[in-house]
Write a protein that binds this ligand. Structure first.
Ligand SMILES: [Zn+2]
Ligand SMILES: [Zn+2]
Length: 195
């Protein structure tokens, strides 16, 4: 089953996005459909459009999405329809680093971020005429009115939170806060302690 959405489509390198009607899959097991309320435009979206990440056009970029859970696939218990969520990064949940509680260093991150599809190779998006579009940029492709993602990527926020202002938590703020909260060892920061 599919539903309609509107997306900013990354047609080819170095060219402006085009706004188009698209079809998006309804969620399968472990997946969630999120109605996007707001999404940031990160430098990484821009450099991907210019070829510095190998996400294959045509497809949909966007990785600072926040919104409201619109539908859930089977087996999802961590969020509910109607929850406000920030869409975090994808992670496999099975590799050494995921199992050690470091999903940001998931060993499958390259494929999950820029592979252009779900881990099984299927994409969730098509043009209105049925021609394929790559999806799941950073597991989300949030430059659209709806996005399909793994429910494990979703971070619920308070029901009265202003979700329209929270999308930078998905990347920009998370990156900066992570640099501060997980600061490098002293020996990296000061040559005196280099040994
Ligand atoms: Zn992993
Ligand atoms: Zn980013």
């Amino acid at each position: 089953m599919t539903m309609r959405a509107i997306a900013a489509v990354f047609e080819k390198l170095f060219t402006p996005f085009t706004v188009a009607d698209v079809e998006i899959d309804s969620p399968g097991p472990g997946e969630a459909l999120v109605q996007i309320v707001a999404t940031g435009v990160c430098h990484t979206d821009a450099i991907t459009r210019d070829g510095d990440l190998p996400f294959p056009p045509p497809g949909v970029l966007g990785h600072e999405g926040a919104g409201i859970v619109a539908a859930l696939g089977d087996g999802v218990s961590t969020v509910a329809v109607g929850d406000k969520v920030v869409i975090g990064w994808p992670w496999c949940g099975q590799c050494r680093n995921c199992l050690e509680g470091q999903p940001r260093y998931c060993l499958s991150l390259g494929q999950l971020v820029a592979g252009g599809s779900r881990p099984d190779g299927s994409a969730a998006l098509r043009r209105a005429d049925g021609s394929p579009l790559h999806s799941h940029f950073f597991g989300q492709s949030s430059f659209a009115t709806y996005c399909l993602c793994a429910a494990s990527s979703l971070v619920p926020v308070a029901a009265d939170a202003p979700v329209e202002t929270l999308r930078p938590l998905a990347c920009g703020i998370g990156t900066g806060a992570g640099a501060v909260l997980n600061r490098p060892p002293t020996r990296w920061a000061c040559g005196v302690h280099a040994r």
